[in-house]
Design a protein around this ligand. Sequence first.
Ligand code: ADP
Ligand code: MG
Length: 238
Amino acid sequence: MATVEIRNLRKAYGALEVLHDITIDIADGEFVALVGPSGCGKSTLLRCIAGLETIRSGEIRIDDKVVNDLAPKDRDIAMVFQNYALYPHMNVAANMGFALKLSGRPKAEIEDRVGKAATILDLTRQLGRKPVALSGGQRQRVAMGRAIVRDPKVFLFDEPLSNLDAKLRVQMRVEIRELQQRLGTTTIYVTHDQTEAMTMADKIAVLNGGSLEQVGAPLDLYRSPANLFVAGFIGSPQ
Ligand code: ADP
Ligand code: MG
């Protein structure tokens, strides 16, 4: 189980502050969609939570433990990126097990975890194949597999479906959400697609210019937007 609490987080690149006083609570097992226009700070906020950026001030807590000073590998978080570049020379099993191998896990444990992930993701028959021999959806599932073999407390997704065609995007939305519910892993999911946010998330957080405008259940935001920005962003398709 994992809660994520962010308190008064500020992040700057040099003199430029790009995240201003971000405070948000995420409950155990919750799926939060983080939305907002390009350049508003979505990826930066994920990177701060993952420990890939140092923050200017504030606190990030996972399960009540302040993780500000922990290295990414000690935060128990797995991130899935938009450009989930799989290693082309490695087969699916090696791609999924790579992080575990780097962290020195025994071979038998790696095989076990990769096998279980492959079953969950319906990739058992693809384990010996190279990424080039996979469909777009299968590649996306391998990227998910790399995250779930680590059995993390928190998933962070950064626009994971934006390189897929429309039909596959709709299918993968359902798959990701079902997988997340099955595993019960607390998730922050960045997307610029309102439909994705509305259909997948327990809660939507709207970021604009480095500040959170509103956080709430999809229907609450839709019916009672806090301001015109939220109304425009949630109400009208882009
Ligand atoms: P989003 O993911 O919402 O599109 P980002 O988090 O990528 O936004 O960027 C937020 C702001 O921070 C932008 O103004 C961007 O130009 C700036 N930024 C992002 N990464 C860096 C960096 N490594 N150095 C300097 N500025 C950056
Ligand atoms: Mg981004």
